[in-house]
Design a protein around this ligand. Structure first.
Ligand code: SF4
Length: 446
């Protein structure tokens, strides 16, 4: 979400005449787009703000803007007191305060933000031409497209609903316009985003849902691959799974957070499903698409989680053989139900021990799973070149990272790669001529 917001804001400030620099010391404008989903992310943002404060002391005319979940829908006045050197505050996906500030010559006026908030419109994301920033135009092969903004669920550990606001689907025409514009600028793969993406369209008037949207996005000329995330076990439908199975361009990848493998912990988290229901979702996906990549999120050390309860998560992990897991140690987030009503009673050492156990298990399982790809040929969408290592980087439809050397300009091409080496998180191989590719995957010479 933040990447999509940053890309959008970059192109908007470019339209005002700004050009990018990688050196904050010479920048006229610095925007920090923040994530506060975990304490560590917030700490990093605060560290960056301290650096900005020092630069601003030397260069008082520099504009500093703070954006994203740290600002949320209501935090700006308190943040202004804490970080008075910050000129502009913007909630997630709302870029107008900075644009208006710059257009007015940089005079800070809190009423700009208040007025914007009062309108309660995530407006800037909805009515632009979706021009990529200059550095990305013709270079970016993949892009994220938010389709459901905010979240109306109330998982007890989660700060997102407080910072991104209530759930709201973007109109289909708007999403398709953005995807067409991205395709015209060289993008081949789009990932549709939502906190609970399966709920896309439930707040719109007609029966148009995520399956319909995925089919329409896959039809956009020039788009070769479509992904979507994040699913919620309660909302993922058979229709969605069938759609992924039926439409070649929709990648066979599902992001379904389990968060924990024990029913009592899940209830404390108010996730809204049991672990038996979660297993049924995984079974449904694997029955329909046997080789589907299933990714998950896990939180270890949630309030009151005992060692035995954690071991249920460990066993779930072994059983589901996930293709990737984001494993996070629980951290207290302000205003959440867990913070207000529960005790963060698992020590940080114990959280780290549980995280490491899952991490080690993941590495071992993935090492084993990826070995199955050795000496096979996989279909790769080539994304970028690592100039230092002189090799190309791309991904398979199952989202496996692949590296290979080749002197040709292959950016944006889909081609077969023979896998010579496998590790837990990546593959190394050789680009092949199209004729060597077997199976249903398609080769594009676009
Ligand atoms: S579904 Fe739960 S974890 Fe996901 S964004 Fe919403 S509240 Fe947070």
């Amino acid at each position: 979400m933040n990447e999509a917001d940053s890309r959008h804001l970059s192109s908007q400030v470019e339209a005002l005449g700004y050009v990018p620099t990688v050196n904050a010391n010479e920048a006229d404008l610095v925007v920090l787009n923040t994530c506060v989903v975990r304490q560590s992310a917030e700490d990093r943002a605060i560290g960056r703000l301290s650096t900005m404060m020092k630069i601003k002391e030397r260069r008082p005319n520099m504009t500093v803007a703070l954006m994203g979940c740290m600002v949320g829908m209501r935090e700006a006045p308190a943040l202004k007191k804490k970080f008075p050197f910050v000129d502009v505050f913007m909630p997630p996906s709302v870029t107008t305060p900075l644009l208006e500030y710059l257009e007015q010559g940089g005079l800070f006026d809190e009423s700009i933000l208040l007025e914007t908030r009062a309108k309660a419109v995530r407006d800037a994301i909805q009515d632009e031409d979706y021009i990529l920033p200059a550095v990305e135009r013709g270079r970016s092969v993949t892009a994220h497209v938010p389709v459901v903004l905010g979240c109306s669920h109330a998982c007890t550990f989660c700060v997102i609903p407080y910072r991104r606001g209530a759930e709201e689907s973007r109109p289909k025409a708007d999403v398709l316009r953005e995807v067409r514009a991205l395709s015209e600028q060289g993008v081949k793969e789009v990932t549709l985003l939502g906190q609970i993406i399966d709920r896309y369209g439930l707040d719109l008037d007609d029966d148009y849902d995520l399956s319909s949207l995925l089919r329409d996005v896959a039809q956009v000329a020039g788009i070769a691959r479509v992904r979507f995330l994040t699913s919620h076990p309660n909302w993922i439908t058979d229709r969605l799974i069938d759609t992924v199975a039926e439409v070649d361009k929709i990648c066979p990848q599902f992001e379904v957070p389990a968060q924990a493998g024990n029913n009592e912990v899940l209830e404390n988290m108010r996730r809204g499903y049991t672990i038996e229901e979660y297993r049924r979702v995984v079974d449904r996906i694997r029955k329909c698409i046997p080789d589907a990549a299933i990714h998950t999120d896990i939180i270890v050390g949630f309030c009151g989680e005992t060692d035995e309860q954690f071991m249920d998560t460990y066993r779930l992990f072994e059983e589901c053989r996930f293709d990737k897991a984001h494993i996070a140690k629980y951290s207290v987030r302000p205003k959440t139900i867990a913070t207000r009503q529960m005790r963060d009673d698992v020590s940080s050492d114990e959280k780290e021990r549980r995280r490491k156990m899952l991490d080690d298990l993941q590495s071992a399982m993935l090492t084993d799973k990826m070995k199955g790809l050795r000496e096979t040929t996989v279909e790769v969408l080539v994304e970028d070149r690592d100039v230092k290592k002189n090799r190309w980087r791309g991904r398979t439809p199952h989202n496996k990272l692949v590296f290979f050397e080749d002197d040709r300009d292959l950016r944006g091409k889909i081609l077969p790669v023979h896998v010579d080496w496998t590790g837990p998180y990546s593959l190394i191989g050789r680009a092949m001529d199209a004729v060597h590719l077997r199976g249903p995957a398609k080769v594009s010479e676009e």
